[in-house]
Write a protein that binds this ligand. Structure first.
Ligand code: SFD
Ligand code: AMP
Length: 630
């Protein structure tokens, strides 16, 4: 494929939304309203088709963030406390509160657009846990993306969305982000998007670490294989400050098919046990005291729930089981009427299957394939490999401005959700330190960020001029893997093995091996140390040199090349931040064997920044504020 045959397409807009997931859909929906008022243009670009792109592609069985503020059961402060405790004391109150006070209205919109939310006999939402509501959510993403697309369509020429365009690089003018570059994954087209404000919502990252499923199972992971670190790469390359890059997420899931556990723990009140049937949350409760005050709080933070399970495995007490059968039996045990008990049992069985069919069909297939009847037998659960997803129980992302009325003065610099780079905003998995926003909170944060980004466009109406030489330079760099392949492909008789280049698949395996073995992946029980991290960093530098030799035979491989470069940057910022934080604060996510305890003087954010001018990394501590302004 000849890179010279690529047409260059220029798109000029006011607000550029990168990504088409939950945060992007929220952004498009909100932007349409504010842009119309100010006669501004909004453009959205997704690497995939919005109807099924991002983490919600397969559907979901619950909305995990709903406060029910109108019923007075919960308050915004309750939610902030919950999130901060779950993250072992490290969270931005202002950001969490900003999402929490608006999230309910987003959920009501989803319902209005046709998302079926479970209701009880009185017509109230059925809660899974305190903050989660159950949905029939197989088509969740289709419903939400349709609303976002409609909002853009309603804007006429002032609203547009592009699908199957892979964004690779930020375009900068000094300390201001003025656009993005990318390419079509279907046609020989290279794109330059020029904008007054850019909103990064390209999700988190998977396959940075070696997955548990390899070979024939490669691509099977909890997090969707198509989110590959573009968000973090984009903000890092722009020179933005990042936060919590060490706070990866290791979910516990049904083993090998990654079915969700939340409904089992919270709705069905199931217990997880070791092979001897012991409930390790009870037998190992004393371990939690070491991690007080978070370890002794309720609910136990997600990483500590993992940690107790990992201790069982270290002692050889696996497999670990979700006791599904016992849970279902207990739920019908107190129903005296036999017919009613049978009816309830049938209902519970179908709810259990739907939990998987709504969002992780492969888990239902796994049950069917292994003759597992959840009402009779337990199922194995296991800790996955690490992922980067700040909207769930991880926290890695850009360091952003909070809202003026809630943020302490050093957490506010003009516009909600603006990164430390002018004109560059972030939301969803792209913004850090505001965990537990999930699908509904990410959509809501997209709305908040888009409104602020449009205010920025109004206040900063000047447009950038990107000169043709710069465009050409970016284009050549992005298409280089095609040129490298063309130049050397005939050297060897196997396209994939060639001393002059490396294919993205091999590159990814190499990255995953480094991260798994040196940065505390699943195969080493999530343990690492300075000695290992230093070695890992050394290997990563060699990888960075070799990234210049990535080769692509077609557009799909070109995308794979860039996905892996994005992952490599996510990896480096992660590794550097784990190294910087000399304590263990999230055992169960990772464990520093050389600093095995949590330390009071590390109760702070560990932030990092890459300087585009010098190529140097800078690590800084930022204070955790205990109260948001009211
Ligand atoms: O419970 C580029 N999440 C759940 N949230 C819930 O509310 N309920 C659940 O039941 C949830 N479950 C769950 C969840 C996540 C995952 C992975 C699983 C299960 C298996 C969390 C939410 O899904 C999550 O919080 C939001 O989706 C986050 O929103 P956002 O917008 O930050 O990310 P996205 O939706 O994944 O979208 C990313 C978009 O970026 C695009 N993209 N576009 C252009 N160029 C590039 N280079 C790009 N790279 C990526 C993507 O195509 C996508 O459009 S439970 O089991 O945990
Ligand atoms: P999951 O299916 O694990 O993603 O969980 C869905 C929701 O339930 C998230 O909000 C989790 O934080 C929460 N959750 C899952 N398991 C537990 C548990 N054992 N205790 C408390 N909350 C949980």
């Amino acid at each position: 494929m000849n890179p010279d045959n690529f047409e260059t397409i220029h798109i000029d807009t006011d607000l550029l939304i990168l990504g088409g997931g939950m945060a992007a859909c929220g952004a498009a929906f909100e932007a349409a309203y504010w842009a119309k008022k100010n006669n501004l243009k909004v453009t959205l670009v997704d690497k995939a088709a919005m109807e099924r792109s991002g983490a919600v592609a397969m559907g979901l069985s619950a909305i995990n963030m709903y406060l029910g503020l109108k019923d007075g059961k919960n308050s915004v402060e309750d939610y902030v406390n919950y999130v901060k405790t779950d993250l072992m004391g490290i969270a931005r109150d202002d950001l969490v509160a900003n999402i929490a006070r608006h999230v309910d209205s987003s959920v009501h919109l989803f319902e209005k657009w046709g998302l079926p939310i479970w209701k009880d006999d009185e017509g109230n939402y059925v809660n899974e846990g305190r903050w989660q509501v159950m949905i029939h959510g197989e088509s969740y993403k289709s419903i939400v993306s349709e609303a976002a697309k409609n909002a853009l369509r309603d804007m006429g020429e002032k609203g547009e969305y592009f699908e199957r365009i892979f964004i690779t690089e930020p375009i900068m003018e000094g300390n201001r982000c003025v656009g993005a570059a990318g390419f079509s994954v279907r046609e020989n087209k290279f794109y330059i998007f020029k904008a007054k404000a850019v909103l990064d919502t390209m999700g988190g990252a998977v396959h940075v670490f070696r997955p548990r499923s390899v070979g024939e199972g490669l691509g099977r992971s909890w997090y969707p294989p198509f989110n590959s670190g573009a968000s973090a790469y984009f903000t890092l390359k722009a020179g933005a400050e990042m936060t919590c890059q060490e706070v990866r997420f290791v979910p516990v899931r049904f083993k090998d098919s990654y079915g969700p556990v939340g409904a089992w723990f919270l709705l069905f009140k199931a217990k997880a046990t070791n092979a001897k049937g012991e409930d390790y949350m009870v037998t190992r409760a004393s371990e939690l005291e070491k991690w007080a005050p978070y370890g002794t709080a309720k609910p136990t933070p997600a990483n500590l729930r993992n940690y107790l399970m990992l201790l069982e495995l270290e002692e050889g007490n696996g497999p670990i089981y979700m006791q599904t059968g016992e849970a279902i039996k207990e739920m019908v045990a107190n129903i005296p009427d036999e017919k009613e008990a049978k009816r309830k049992l049938k209902m519970l069985e179908s709810e259990a299957w739907e939990d998987f069919l709504d969002m992780t069909i492969s888990q239902a297939l796994n049950w069917a394939a292994h003759n597992i009847m959840p009402e009779k037998q337990p199922s194995e659960i296991s800790a996955c490999e690490p992922y980067f997803i700040s909207s769930h129980s991880g926290a890695s992302g850009a360091w952003i401005s909070g809202p003026e009325d809630l943020a302490p003065s050093n957490h506010f610099w003009g516009y909600d959700n603006m990164t430390t780079i002018r004109g560059l905003f972030a939301a969803g998995d792209a913004s850090g330190a505001s965990s537990h926003k999930f699908s509904s909170g990410s959509f809501t944060e997209g709305r908040i960020a888009a409104k602020a980004a449009l205010a920025f466009c109004v206040d900063n109406p000047e447009t950038a001029s990107i000169d043709e030489a710069k465009v050409q330079e970016i284009k050549e760099k992005i298409l280089q893997p095609l040129a490298t392949f063309e130049e050397h492909k005939d050297y060897a008789n196997d396209e994939d093995v060639n001393p002059n280049y490396i294919k993205p698949r091999m590159f990814m395996f190499r990255l995953q091996k480094i991260m798994d073995e040196y940065a505390g992946g699943a195969s080493v029980g999530f343990k690492t140390s300075k000695a290992l991290l230093d070695k890992g960093l050394e290997f990563l530098q060699y990888m960075k040199e070799d990234a210049e030799k990535l080769a692509a035979s077609d557009l799909n491989e070109l995308m794979r090349c860039w996905e892996n470069i994005h992952r490599m940057w996510q990896a480096e910022s992660h590794l550097r931040t784990i190294l910087f934080r000399e304590e263990t604060r999230w055992p169960g996510y990772y464990f520093r064997t050389d600093f095995p305890e949590m330390k009071e003087d590390w109760k702070c954010f560990a932030n990092c920044k890459w300087d585009p001018g010098t190529g140097e990394w800078e690590m800084v501590r930022r204070e955790v504020m205990e109260e948001s302004k009211k």
